[in-house]
Design a protein around this ligand. Structure first.
Ligand code: ADP
Ligand code: ZN
Length: 431
């Protein structure tokens, strides 16, 4: 097994790590000069690549936004000639037109190593049989995990998405020990396994990511699938998955500081925020060749945690609460869809599937939550339904401080998702 990363970097002394970061940052700032966008941005700001003398000098550089990448569509951000690009992926396009990302041969190795590093951290390896249940096309989660898992010698089953019954048969027949998918799909998988009467006893590890999910969802998935569940975070612009990952402590995610320079900013002012304060994650990747970026605004909301980790791998980020543009502002109150999920999953009388609709009625924002009832709590009496509905309204109100309309739905009637879920439909703009 050839591992390309230097294991020492995980437990480096802060001064050694800072020196490595600075060396790589300087290299990155030089590399981006190959990109017209950055040449212009630097010259507009009256700065040159030599402005970086210390890590703090990064604050002198402007941010790069998703819209900039959209404007550069398709290949405007590539810093190497096209003949050195060996693969192209795109973002999922969750918030608009997908953007293109490119990789050199070396980038693909670096990326596979980052994934391998994460998987090694949670103790899976050669003896594991790994079913990768995400899209294998343009989405970075498929091939990304695939090559990382192969690198550490796992037995990889590239099952991709779809045909859930077949996926479950493979888990059973092949003795799969570890799976990777979105938490939404994991939930669906558990429902179908239950219907089929399959207990999926071989499963031990679940790696879930690509969308926000709550700790209550973690408990539900762990109970239903019999796995230990780990959160995996990444975005295509920074290679894809592998950017940050939970260690066995499962209290925040390790982001690899030798490969990614992390800042948390106030999204409104761009000011840097101290550890322990929530804001937007801004990342300067330090090891990318084909598409280096400076101070990339991920749009994702998290914070740098104040305390280091018991495992000694350095500063973590908190689990992502969502994208800053996922945050709903309803009658002036901020709500993240993950908070709604958290409340609903705690109520045994309702199932795990829900949809949220936001409308503007008579100039007022109205939130409607559709949630499936849990058949085992429903006697068939109408009075029961009213009681359950009242309970859901109250629990949502207690947490969100918001009045909602709750509609109880037949089990199995709401949509299921194979990839990233889209559970919130904001119809206010349509009016
Ligand atoms: P898109 O941004 O179009 O969805 P990607 O497929 O690159 O394209 O997805 C990256 C985004 O997915 C991240 O910026 C983040 O919003 C979300 N994401 C990925 N992993 C997680 C995670 N573990 N928790 C919360 N959100 C996540
Ligand atoms: Zn740790």
């Amino acid at each position: 097994m050839q591992l390309f990363w230097d294991k020492k970097v995980e437990t480096m002394k802060p001064s050694e790590l800072a020196a490595l970061q600075l060396k790589r940052l300087k290299k990155t700032v030089h590399a981006v000069q190959q990109v017209e966008f950055y040449r212009k941005q630097f010259s507009d700001a009256g700065i040159s690549a030599s402005v970086i003398k210390s890590l703090d000098d990064i604050q002198k550089l402007p941010f790069t936004k998703k819209q900039d990448l959209r404007d550069g569509y398709p290949f405007g951000f590539f810093a190497v000639p096209m003949r050195d690009i060996v693969r192209v992926h795109t973002t999922s396009g969750t918030t608009g037109k997908p953007t293109v990302v490119g990789y050199t041969r070396r980038d693909l190795d670096t990326w596979a190593n980052l994934i391998a590093r994460n998987m090694t951290m949670i103790g899976i390896g050669k003896d594991d049989i790994f079913q990768n249940m995400v899209n294998y096309g343009m989405f970075t989660g498929g091939l990304g995990f695939h090559y990382g898992a192969e690198l550490i010698g796992m037995t990889v089953i590239p099952s991709a998405t779809g045909n859930t019954r077949r996926q479950i048969e493979m888990i059973r027949d092949f003795g799969v020990t570890a799976i990777h998918c979105t938490p939404s799909y994991a939930m669906h998988l558990s429902e179908v396994a239950e219907e089929m009467g399959e207990s999926l006893d071989s499963l031990k590890t679940g790696i879930f990511g690509a969308e926000p999910w709550s700790d209550t969802m973690r408990k539900t998935l762990e109970n239903r699938l019999g796995v230990t569940a780990f959160d995996s975070y990444g975005l295509s612009e920074l290679f894809g998955p592998g950017v940050a990952f939970e260690c066995p402590e499962r209290d925040g995610l390790h982001i690899w500081h030798d490969s990614y320079l992390v800042e948390i900013i106030d999204p409104a002012t761009g000011e840097r925020l101290p550890d322990g304060e929530q804001g937007e994650l801004v990342v300067t990747p330090l090891v990318k060749e084909a598409m280096p970026l400076i101070r990339y605004r991920t749009g994702d909301v998290t914070m740098l945690m104040e305390n280091g980790c018991l495992c000694g791998r350095g500063k973590k980020i908190a689990r992502i609460s969502g994208r800053s543009d996922d945050m709903l502002i309803i009658r002036g109150i901020n709500v993240f869809p993950s908070q709604i999920e958290h409340v609903l999953l705690r109520i045994p009388e309702v199932g795990n599937q829900f949809m949220v609709y936001i409308d503007r009625i008579n100039h007022l924002d109205e939130m409607t939550v559709e949630v499936e009832i849990n058949r085992s709590y429903f006697s068939g009496e109408l009075a029961d339904l009213a009681k359950i509905q009242k309970k859901v309204v109250k629990e949502l109100h207690d947490t969100l401080e918001l009045r909602t309309t709750v509609k109880l739905m037949e089990p199995g009637s709401l949509p299921r998702f194979e990839g990233k879920a889209k559970r919130v439909i904001d119809r206010r703009g349509d009016i």
